[in-house]
Design a protein around this ligand. Structure first.
Ligand code: UD1
Ligand code: CA
Length: 456
């Protein structure tokens, strides 16, 4: 029979080292709160009973933890007395009787299903406590794993460690699996005689051994267990996340010319045969279909780019931009809440917002949909195969029919029917021989001003 499991996420810490007005677990990694990444990892390990221990910013942390597929129950740790004390905030849930209790930290957002499963496998193999460890490039600050043969004999917190122990690079990743039938008894035995005066979860190792039980450590890659205590670590975690995700996408058939310059969001969906040029930023909610090209220096968020479309260089797609198959949005164009039809071209220096652009339509350089009257937003509708001359202002609400032609420099304030030509500007006036006369007049006026100034 499958073993039951309760995961407990600890996220009640003060985040002192983060120096922030909000709990560190709310800080985003790839545009999503750190805590949500941890919940996602639990979901991907098929763990559905999840308790969350909150303290600082309790409501916001609980809300962020509940944005995924798993329902997370928030429990309040009233005083921050250490990681073992925090786990006991879930006393009632633990008492329901699970095979496995899995403790994870809200500040290790790079965790994946693999070490969670490895920890549970360790319990299934008959151990009472299983700790996920990693070889730290720099172990400063982490608890050190003291191992003898196959057994984990103790975890020594950095502050409590001797010089010799501090040289150990095998560290506690903070992920611990505990035999569910023994968990409460073990946790109740933890004391607080240590450098910080806290109830350390890590003491369970020595406690379980003193009772004749078994503890082991299982090694996982350092990357997955990197903890976030400071802003510098937050930036490091972001970098690792980005590297990992770019790599996955490239293996799935996405081309990136300079992957280290491409920034993704947690939900960026790029299909096979998408090409991403250097220096592209994907905000949340972007989906790009097969064969599309995102040229250099483009910024996309909340956008859907359909098959074969081209974006940029230097394009900005904002929320609700929906680019049809083989359409083009070129340099210095911004598109917001607008559908661009299949094969339509918006090539240069244009703003299209709150609009529908039909298939095959060409939008000339410098066209602006004037969607805002200072109070409300209004919609511009442009039909299929229309032509909008350069530097036109389309003052919404306004509609332009299929096949219509708008003269360049037009200000269009009234609907234009299909196949019509509209000149939304004054006719050009030409006065032959007039330029030299005007020029002489301007010179005389300039001289007069100079004389007047000297006389002041
Ligand atoms: C902890 C571990 C250390 C490990 C490291 C890995 C202990 C005693 N130490 O140290 O061995 O190498 O993580 O990153 O477990 N929290 C609460 N309530 C509390 C205290 C902490 O909810 O009273 C939460 C924090 O929000 C955080 C997690 O527990 O998510 C870990 O706390 P933190 O203070 O970051 O522990 P470290 O000193 O990093
Ligand atoms: Ca930590």
């Amino acid at each position: 029979m499958e073993r039951t499991c309760l995961a407990i996420i600890l996220a009640a810490g003060e985040s002192t080292r983060m120096k922030s007005a909000m709990s560190k677990v709310l800080h985003p990694v790839a545009g999503r709160a750190m805590i949500s990444h941890v919940v996602d990892a639990l979901a991907s390990a098929s763990i559905s009973d999840v308790a969350l221990v909150v303290g600082r910013d309790a409501e916001a942390v609980a809300a962020a933890a509940n944005t995924g597929d798993v329902a997370v129950t928030a429990l309040l740790q009233k005083e921050r007395l250490g990681t073992a004390h925090a786990v006991l905030a879930a006393r009632e849930a633990i008492a329901k009787g699970y095979d496995d209790i899995l403790v994870v930290f809200g500040d290790t957002p790079l965790i994946t299903a693999a070490p969670l499963e490895a920890a549970r496998d360790g319990l299934a193999a008959g151990n009472d406590v299983v700790v996920i460890g990693f070889q730290a490039a720099d172990p400063t600050g982490y608890g050190r794993l003291i191992v003898e043969g196959d057994a984990l004999v103790a975890i020594r917190e950095h502050r409590d460690a001797s010089e010799e122990e501090r040289r150990i690079t095998y560290c506690n990743g903070g992920l611990m699996a505990i035999d569910g039938r023994k968990a409460l008894d073990l946790l109740d035995r933890v004391g607080n005689t240590n450098a910080k005066g806290e109830y350390y979860l890590t003491d369970l190792v020595e406690i379980v051994r003193s009772l004749g039980g078994r503890a082991i450590a299982v090694e996982a890659p350092e990357e997955e267990l990197t903890g976030c205590n400071t802003r510098a670590e937050l930036a490091y975690i972001e970098r690792l996340w980005q590297q990992r995700r770019r790599h996955e996408l490239m293996l799935a058939g996405v081309s990136m010319v300079a992957p280290e310059t491409v920034f993704l969001s947690w939900d960026t969906a790029l299909a096979q045969d998408v090409l991403v040029e250097p220096n592209v930023v994907f905000g949340p909610g972007v989906r790009v279909e097969s064969g599309a090209i995102i040229h250099a220096f483009s910024h996309l968020e909340g956008a859907h780019v359909r098959a074969g479309a081209a974006v940029g260089p230097f394009a900005r797609l904002r929320t609700g931009a929906d680019l049809g198959a083989n359409s083009k949005v070129g340099n210095f164009c911004e598109v917001k809440k607008a559908e661009i039809g299949a094969g339509a071209k918006v090539s240069h220096l244009t703003y299209i917002g709150d609009a529908f652009v039909g298939a095959g339509t060409n939008i000339g350089a410098g066209t602006i949909t004037c969607n805002y009257d200072g109070v409300d937003k209004h919609v511009t509708r442009i039909g299929a195969n229309a032509f909008i001359g350069s530097n036109s202002a389309l003052v919404a609400p306004v509609s332009i029919g299929d096949g219509a032609l708008i003269a360049s420099g037009s200000v269009i304030t009234e609907d234009v029917p299909a196949d019509a030509v509209a000149f939304g500007r004054a006719r050009q006036e030409v006065k032959p021989g007039r330029a030299p006369i005007l020029r002489e007049r301007y010179k005389a006026e300039k001289l007069a001003r100079k004389i007047a100034k000297a006389a002041e």
